[in-house]
Design a binder for this molecule. Structure first.
Ligand SMILES: O=C(O)CCC(=O)C(=O)O
Length: 261
């Protein structure tokens, strides 16, 4: 499964400019690299322009979802479309979208854990639905958003439900870049799955975002690591057999005793 991660810098509060950027990048990247799955970062249509979200957020995932569906069909590629600011019934959510190469929306997820350090709870609503997996090409996958990474129960629940790949889409600040890397290593090792992350770069509101997008295998080895602070395309071809090997060598899912903790 050949992935391309867009370690993107985001134009603040300008969805049209960011959609154009993503379209150009996908068209160039897919044709050059024979890609199966594209991965985009968190809130890539607007960035963290929280006070303006009422004006620039999508409504019921539109127009971004239709844009992604067409792009997926035209380029014959699955898109883990990061997340977008998304209005529903007068509330704004941080919503992740996944579309398959036929242009079908296969998954949406509202970020459950909102970040107090970025004032997210003042402007956004947290997701209320129980997390679940989705499938692309018959492989079970999970997706979490940024701060969700700090809650191991969430990732574990996806792995117990069969996820072999877990995506993390993020706007993670440089100030806590060691946490970003180490928490992902822990999530990969403890759940024996691939962790694939897309983090933005650039500076907004005096906050610098660290890039360092990652592909980690189920043994906890870093396969690829994005640069710090630079816009970049990260390409990696993962072998799902590695999940089965890790789970056979150290059978933690058989050893768990969840009723005792
Ligand atoms: O947990 C952190 O340190 C960063 C989280 C974050 O920036 C986010 O969820 O957008």
């Amino acid at each position: 499964m050949r992935h391309a991660i867009y370690q993107m810098d985001i134009v603040p509060g300008n969805p049209e400019a960011n959609r154009t950027k993503v379209k150009t990048w996908i068209e160039q990247t897919v044709s050059k690299n024979d890609i199966d799955i594209i991965v985009l970062p968190e809130m890539w249509t607007t960035g963290y322009t929280l006070a303006d979200l009422n004006e620039v957020a999508d409504e019921g995932e539109e127009p971004t979802c239709s844009f992604l569906q067409q792009l997926a069909r035209e380029n014959q590629v699955h898109i883990i479309a990061g997340s977008i600011a998304n209005k529903r019934n007068g509330k704004i959510y941080n919503t992740a979208i996944v579309v398959n190469r036929n242009g079908e929306k296969v998954y949406t997820y509202d970020k459950i854990h909102l970040v107090p350090m970025l004032d997210e709870p003042t402007y956004l609503n947290g997701g209320e639905e129980k997390v679940r997996t989705f499938e692309l090409d018959g492989i079970k996958m999970g997706l979490i958003i940024c701060y969700d990474l700090r809650f191991p129960e969430l990732t574990r629940s996806l792995a117990v439900s069969g996820a072999e790949v877990i995506y993390i889409v993020a706007e993670w600040p440089s100030a806590r870049k060691d946490h970003w890397k180490n928490l992902q290593l822990a999530r990969a090792i403890e759940n024996q799955c691939f962790i694939i992350s897309a983090n933005r770069v650039g500076i907004f509101n005096n906050v610098e975002f660290c890039g360092l997008s990652l592909v980690i295998n189920p043994w906890g080895d870093i396969r690829t690591l994005g640069s710090e602070n630079h816009e970049e395309t990260i390409v990696d071809n993962i072998d799902l057999q590695k999940v089965r090997e890790a789970r056979k060598n150290v059978p933690i899912f058989e050893s768990r005793v969840p009723e005792l903790y």
